[in-house]
Design a protein around this ligand. Structure first.
Ligand SMILES: [Zn+2]
Length: 212
């Protein structure tokens, strides 16, 4: 029966795929790589010091010799391609601009990580490594919402009503996401970072248990 064939084939496929994977655990990412990448990203945000929100990524693209950002339909947010003597980024034209910006910043994050690797092993092409991806996500969010700019914003628009009580941050997050041109979820993660949460009495309810 054709139905039997249909259900059988994917099972074989899965089996083969499982067998071809390495059985041992992949090594941890290099010690201190995330810390160094975040530190470099923080320094790079100084390129935006004289700019107004939402910060254009142009200066970062130039810094990393990314010669072109090409919009086209993709099966993912964005991808980084080597285009000697530099790089190009393809970004999914089907997604909203805020998601596109975050996708581009994530790809720049890969180049930030690359500069911080000490072992001489390239991380490029390791899009499937969730640990590297996590660092690039974090770096991408940070590049679009520099600590100094977000602190300034929260100081201005999220004044706590009392020194001890958290204030619901939902309206602030929505307005900050628009002001910085990033998706709401990404801004929730940023504002939920302990640095901001404690300093500005941010109330996030069930959300916000994440790192910056
Ligand atoms: Zn990636």
């Amino acid at each position: 029966m054709p139905q039997q064939t249909f259900t059988h084939v994917p099972r074989i496929g899965k089996h083969i795929e499982r067998q071809s994977r390495p059985t041992r655990e992949a090594p941890q990412i290099e010690a201190g790589l995330e810390r160094r990448s975040v530190a470099l990203a923080n320094r790079l945000t100084n390129l935006f010091r004289n700019r107004s929100r939402p910060f254009p990524l142009t200066a970062l693209l130039e810094y990393f010799e990314i010669r072109e950002v090409r919009e086209r339909p993709l099966d993912r947010d964005a991808c980084l391609r080597v285009a000697p003597p530099g790089f190009l980024i393809e970004v999914n034209s089907l997604y909203p601009l805020t998601v596109q910006r975050l996708g581009i910043a994530h790809e720049i994050g890969h180049l930030v990580v690359e500069r911080c690797i000490r072992r001489g092993q390239s991380s490029l092409g390791k899009h499937s490594d969730p640990r590297i991806e996590g660092v690039c996500d974090r770096v991408g969010r940070l590049l679009l919402t520099p600590d100094w700019a977000l602190s300034f914003y929260l100081r201005r628009y999220h004044a706590p009503r009392s020194a001890t009580k958290a204030r619901n941050a939902k309206p602030t997050i929505a307005s900050a996401a628009r002001a910085f041109g990033i998706p709401h979820k990404a801004m929730t993660l940023r504002v939920g970072a302990s640095r901001f949460k404690n300093a500005f009495r941010i109330g996030l309810g069930e959300q916000g248990r994440n790192r910056a």
